[in-house]
Design a protein around this ligand. Sequence first.
Ligand SMILES: [Zn+2]
Length: 139
Amino acid sequence: MSMVYDTEHPVPIPPIIWDNMGYWEGINRHELVFQRCKECGTWRHPPRPVCPKCRSFEKEWTPSTGKGAVYSWVTYQESPHPGFKAPYSVVLLEMEEGVRLVSNMVDIKPEEISIGMPVEVVFEDIAEGLTLPKFRKVG
Ligand SMILES: [Zn+2]
């Protein structure tokens, strides 16, 4: 359980819809997967129905290496929701597959986060039926 969360004030859960169901099914089994176009091989995230490159509807949920780097980040000094305990950081990561993902870091202070920092995925079971992908510094 992360220090970020206040269990007395449940945080909003991500909406799971047809387009992102495969992503969340992967997360629930502790596997990071992204959509990959079956026609041209383009990776895409966030999930969407059509390939932005070739407009194919054919896709598969393909395992990520789980590795990437911090592209940017922001630290909240005041919480926007009573379920989140400030200060906490939201990171934008660029994964090895080239897609970008919004998440949080674990086991690090906000002031220790830097652009280009190599990271790898970990899975945090937040509540019954809700697991989130988080990231930790590599090395
Ligand atoms: Zn394509």
